[in-house]
Structure formats: structure tokens, C-alpha cells
Design a protein around this ligand. Sequence first.
Ligand code: ADP
Ligand code: MG
Length: 258
Amino acid sequence: MATASSDRSVRPLGNKRTNGRLLIETAGLVKTYGLGKVAVQALRGVDLRVGAGEFVAVMGPSGSGKSTLMNILGCLDRPTSGTYALDGDDVSRLNRQELAAVRNRRIGFVFQSYNLLGRLTAVKNVQLPLLYNADQTLSDEECERKALEVLDSVGLADRAGHRPNELSGGQQQRVAIARALVNSPSLILADEPTGNLDTRASEEILDLLCQLHDRGVTVVMVTHEPGIARYAGRVIDLLDGLVSSDHQNGPTSRRSKI
Ligand code: ADP
Ligand code: MG
């Protein structure tokens, strides 16, 4: 009979840089919204292992539970039952404040609709996670310099003083990625990051995610477009709140044009 540990030893973990270290390990993740007759079981027992350094695409039809899963992996929400270990730490029972701290320091989240603060300039948006990070001891000027550096790394140094409504969709998403990166997280979660973008801007965002992956960041990205999933090394399909398939992409498939 297969045990959990023998199962783990035969399980491919993406690429050789993972060293077998699991960054994400969920077991029996269930998420139920609402109660009684109106209860919706969005996740019905998801077992998922993602090694450090992998680039994973999560696919599946609308309503299959992709965002619910991402919100739990991103410590934005808690499962109804089941466990979630992030880099070996069980985070599934933390309270809201503890989850916020884990999220702030270890996870960068990128949303389809960017979620930037409209009142703030690009550089101020990128600085926000630094302000909420109790571990960092940078002065105000150092925070700004760091935010500018990260904006520069996504090609937007010259837009630092612009507000979101003065930027294109692709530029706004690059600001959001810079914001996700500013605390140097080990995990980037992106929920349909190119869903609102045209083909050219989508390719820029995907190239950026590939660069992060090349630098050793673990990336989990939701998409419903196969052409976008091909950028990832591994594709997981969700159906009705369960993993319906999990396979590696061939080496030549990466970065093919959408
Ligand atoms: P996907 O991202 O794959 O489209 P979701 O995770 O958003 O799917 O949703 C999965 C299921 O859970 C859907 O049936 C959806 O209607 C339901 N759902 C999602 N969020 C909520 C919520 N906050 N309250 C109630 N039902 C929800
Ligand atoms: Mg969704």
C-alpha cells in the first residue's frame, strides 16, 4: 500500500533546483462557503505539493475553485478543513493577524485587476508592503530607494511618480508585481495576471514571471488559456474543487508565443 512518504519519493517536483524541498504542501483542503442549503463546496479535498523553485500553472473552468485555492495558498483565507504547510510551517490554523504577517513576508500576490491604490504613485504603492513589515528596519529614504530599485527591475523606473490612472494596464500590472516582490518573497501567486491585458502586455508580464522563476522564485499562476499555461513547467487542472490532472510541460513548450 502506498504511504504518504513513499508517494512523495516518487513524485516529480518540477526541476532540479527544487532540491526536493517542498514549499507548498496541502492535504485534504476543503473550503465551504455559506451554511446549510446554500453551502458551496468550492474545494473538496485538494492534495497539492509544489517544490521550491517550480513554476506551476493552475487551470480549470470558471467556478472550479482556482481563486479559492489561490486565496488559501496566499494566506488571504483559511480552509474549512485540511492542512496547508508553507515551507514546512502549518499555516492553516493561524489567526488573521498571523496570516497577514506570513503573507507580508513570504508571499507576493498578483491579481487580475492589479489592486493598486489609486491615490498613490507607483513608487508609493510598491513601498506599502515594506511599511507593514515589522521585521524590516529601513528608513523612509531607504524604503523609497528599495521600491525604486524594484520598479526599475520591472522596467518602470521612469514611471515611479505616476498614479495608476496614468499608466497602461500592462504597466499597472508591472507595478503590482514590483509591489509583490518588494519584501523578497519566496512564493509569487498570480491569479489570472494577464486576464485584463492584450497579447503584447501579456507576454511582457509572462516574461517577467519567467525571469522571477529563473531567479529561483516559486511561481503559481492561474490561467484559463493553454497558451499562457505553456510558460509554466507544470500544469495542474482543477475540476469541481478537485485536482483532475497534474502534469509536467515539455522543455520546449516554455515561453512559446501565446
Ligand atoms: P474560479 O476561480 O475557478 O472561477 P472560485 O474559486 O472563484 O472559482 O469559486 C469556486 C466556487 O465557489 C464557485 O461556485 C463560486 O461561486 C463559489 N464562491 C467563491 N467565492 C465565494 C464566496 N465568497 N461566497 C460564496 N461562494 C463563493
Ligand atoms: Mg477565479
